[in-house]
Write a protein that binds this ligand. Structure first.
Ligand code: NDP
Length: 333
């Protein structure tokens, strides 16, 4: 038996925003698994801002996706055939299966999911890579303490919404930044102390109004203007966590900033970047911590699930840059 499988390949490296010429949609046959292999039917694809970075032929923490290769993507699905001793037909699993309907795998990096703990979507969101990014980024890199004033950008997104809720649970004063009134209202309902609508502009003043005594931790998901606005409003000893810079991912030239970096000197502050994969051997700790917060009703795991299947991937990816998502953005296959 074999499985017909639609897949999305990288046709051409984009300059700026990816478009139709970036991708090729093709159909292949996935064969029966050989010894030590399994076949997964992919059900949900994770859409991640990092995907844009993986399209660039530059030195990074992971090699770029090659021209003609299937686009890299985290996903969940179900084992439909197995000759692997750790996986049986019917097992729900997650892994880096790629943008395809069926994946042949050797089991490396594949995890069996406990659906009694959470549904697959949450295993890609609050209990997956974004949740781990929030957990370790805020606590290990941001060294957050009760009473801190924490500013988080893309606060209604996958990583940001978890950061904001962990910080609240830790007894911090939390200020979120998001795009548009619906997200602002959603974040207020989550219990954030202040919410800034980035579309209203004048970010330096908006941050100052929300944090008159300065920011102790800035969890930066977007870079650009917002990073400068945060740097302009630091408290003494502040920690600036560089998690991502989505505002520049589709730019074809380097951003000008950060222009306010001398605030690091004035306020005896630090700015540190991190890559979540360096915490892989501690994920169990992060999962347990976030599960505890969910069980105590202190953290709500939220996902936005788009329809459209594998062929809908090119448009769905752009949704991240247009801010269509509340919580983790996923695509149903
Ligand atoms: P999100 O779910 O937060 O989605 C992206 C959000 O970014 C959008 O919803 C939008 O929210 C906001 N956004 C889009 N364009 C802009 C812009 N030009 N300026 C400001 N905001 C913008 O994505 P994730 O939670 O998955 O990722 C968040 C960040 O974390 C990304 O930068 C990502 O690269 C990074 N990351 C880093 C990791 C690491 O190991 N360091 C691991 C995982 C993620 P809105 O419109 O509401 O502002």
């Amino acid at each position: 038996m074999s499985w017909s499988s639609q897949e999305v390949r990288l046709a051409e490296r984009p300059r700026g925003r990816p478009d139709a010429s970036t991708w090729e949609i093709a159909t292949t046959e996935v064969p029966e698994p050989g010894p030590g292999e399994l076949v997964v039917r992919v059900d949900l694809l994770s859409l991640d801002p990092a995907m844009r970075g993986w399209l660039n032929d530059v030195r990074s923490y992971i090699p770029p996706v090659g021209i003609g290769e299937v686009m890299r993507a985290f996903a969940t699905g179900e084992v439909v055939a197995s000759q692997h001793e750790d996986f049986a037909v019917g097992d729900p699993v997650s892994g880096s299966f790629g943008v395809r309907e069926h994946a042949l795998s050797d089991g490396k990096g594949v995890t069996r999911l406990d659906l009694d703990v959470a549904p697959p979507a949450t295993w890609l969101g609050a209990l997956g890579m974004p949740g781990m990014t929030a957990w370790f980024g805020l606590q290990d890199v941001g060294r957050v303490r009760p009473g801190d004033t924490v500013l988080v950008s893309a606060a209604a997104g996958a990583v940001g919404s978890v950061v904001a809720q962990i910080a609240k649970a830790k007894g911090c004063r939390v200020i979120g930044v998001a795009g548009g009134p619906d997200k602002v209202a959603w974040l207020r309902d989550l219990g954030l102390d202040e919410v800034i609508d980035r579309r209203e502009g004048d970010l330096v003043r908006q941050v100052r109004r929300a944090a008159p005594d300065g920011i102790d931790v800035y969890f930066d998901n977007v870079g650009g203007e917002l990073l400068d606005a945060a740097l302009a409003n630091l408290a003494r000893g502040a920690r600036v966590v560089i998690c991502g810079a989505i505002s520049s991912y589709n730019e074809s030239s380097l951003p000008e900033g950060p222009r306010r970096y001398m605030s690091l000197l004035v306020f005896r502050a630090t700015m540190q970047g991190f890559v979540v994969f360096d915490y892989e051997d501690r994920y169990a700790e992060g999962v347990a911590g976030i599960c505890e917060l969910i069980a105590a009703d202190r953290l709500v795991a939220t996902e936005t699930v788009l329809e459209g299947g594998v062929a809908g991937f090119p448009d769905a990816l752009l949704g991240l840059f247009d801010g269509v998502n509340t919580g983790k953005l996923l695509l149903k296959v």
